[in-house]
Every structure is written in C-alpha cells, then in structure tokens.
Design a protein around this ligand. Structure first.
Ligand code: GLP
Length: 253
C-alpha cells in the first residue's frame, strides 16, 4: 500500500486528478470507478478544468459509480445520480450510455444488484477505482458488520453513516436508511485503486485502515489485500498515524 501525505484538500484533489488524467491518456476507453461525497468534489473540479483545457477527452471513457440511495429518484438533489451529473458528467463530454450508476428506485432491487454486477463483469474490470472513506471505515456503502456480502448488494446504513450524511438533507428523517452498493469483491477487481481522505474526521478511519489487520468491522482494511492501492490523504487525515502504521506502508511523495 502506498500512502501520499499532502498539504491540504486542494493538493489531494490535484494529485488524484493527475492520476486519473494519466489513466485516461494511457487508455482513452478506460473504465473508471467513481465515488460521491464531499471528498471527490475537488478532484471532479480539476477533471472538468482539464477537460476544458483540452488535456483530457472523456468521449470513450466508461464509468461505474459505487452506490446509490434506495428510494431517491435520479432527479432528487441528494441522489448520487444527481450528484454525479451536477458535479462532473454535465461538464464533460462523457456519453450517457457509458455512465453506470445503480438505480435506487428499481422495482426489483435484488434484480438491479444482479444486473449491475453483470454490467461490471461485462464492461470491466475497472482500470482505476476512486474511493472515499466513511468515518467508520466504509467504502462505497459497505458498512462495518460481522460479515459483508461481497457482490453488489442492498445495505442498511449504520447510525454513524446516517449521522455523517444528514448534513446534506433537511432533517435526519429524510436520510435514506438503505442503499445499493458495489461489493468489496467488485471493488477489489479494479486494477488500481486510489483512496482519498481529508480532514480530522477521517483520521481515525485512516489509522484503523493502516493498522495492518483485516477486519469486517473496518471494511476499508480489505484494501490491504490489493496490490495496487494509493491512499492520498491530507495532513489532518494523517494526524493520528504513528510510526506503527507508517512502517506498514510505502510513503511516497
Ligand atoms: C458516503 C459514500 C462513500 C463516501 C463516504 C464519505 O456515504 N457512500 O462513497 O466515500 O460516505 O463521504 P464524504 O466524502 O462526504 O466524507
């Protein structure tokens, strides 16, 4: 596992954008795995800028999003569909048919999970997966539990996650209680993964991830088993790391 500790959120976003750019330049029809949340917003702003400057072309790029809230239609401002179009897709030349996001309003949600998994298999593997991390170590919406389903599945969100995400809704009652998420196996099939984290609220999750011990109580620890993961964190997110965690990783500039 490589860890890059950078000055601040902007630097984290810029470095991540450089990695995504490099991937698209190397493979113009790259399959990107994308995340939502406040963390990748800066990355998406840089990608839009790079597109506008003519540095990258998304016309052949394929994307798969990690997750979606159950019950929110694509036009709901807090749905991950809406988020992705508003913050990235509407500003670049990606083709609508190349965008994949699970539907949170499918009539048969179990079937929707299977369909998404099939699409991932057909069009994948993902060349570069972008991840954020929850305060409890969740990736996508794979929440801490005794056991975790490995394929795309329906999850019940934990109190930690509902509390962390309520800031986007008018009241906590409006936060959906369930979501569809890509599973850990689906994520781990990606050839390369970058995980971004910024701010003090993520420091504990980052420390738990880098302890070197695999546990379903901290889903992000599954990344310890992947051979090509780069964690890009700012100083605040790195603030609880001690020598013990840092000896487990390769620090890069
Ligand atoms: C959300 C998403 C995750 C995201 C995480 C952190 O609930 N499902 O994909 O990485 O929580 O969000 P934020 O970046 O807003 O802290």
């Amino acid at each position: 596992m490589r860890v890059m500790i950078v000055r601040d959120y902007d630097e984290m976003s810029r470095r991540a954008a450089e990695i995504v750019k490099e991937q698209i330049l190397k493979k113009p029809d790259a399959v990107l795995g994308l995340a939502t949340g406040s963390t990748p917003l800066g990355l998406y702003r840089y990608l839009i800028q790079m597109y506008k400057n003519g540095e990258i072309d998304f016309s052949r790029v394929i994307t798969f999003n990690l997750d979606e809230y159950i019950g929110l239609p694509p036009e709901h401002p807090q749905s991950y569909h809406y988020f992705m179009f508003e913050n990235l897709f509407n500003h670049i030349n990606i083709k609508r048919e190349n965008v994949h996001i699970p539907s949170g309003i499918a009539e048969n949600l179990e079937e929707e999970c299977k369909r998404y998994e099939r699409e991932l298999k057909e069009k994948g593997p993902i060349d570069l997966q972008v991840l954020g991390i929850g305060v409890n170590g969740h990736i996508g919406f794979n929440e801490p539990d005794e056991s975790i389903e490995t394929k795309t599945h329906i999850v019940t969100l934990t109190e930690d996650t509902i509390n962390a995400n309520k800031r986007f809704f008018k009241s906590i009652e409006e936060v959906p209680r369930r979501a569809i998420t890509m599973g850990l196996a689906s994520i781990m099939r990606a050839k390369k993964i970058i995980l971004l984290a910024s701010g003090k609220s993520k420091a504990n999750a980052i420390r738990e991830t880098l302890k070197g011990k695999l546990t379903t109580k901290v889903p992000s620890t599954v990344l310890l088993l992947h051979s090509n993961v780069t964690i890009i964190i700012d100083k605040e997110a790195a603030s609880l790391l001690t020598d013990k965690e840092l000896t487990n990783v390769e620090l890069i500039d």
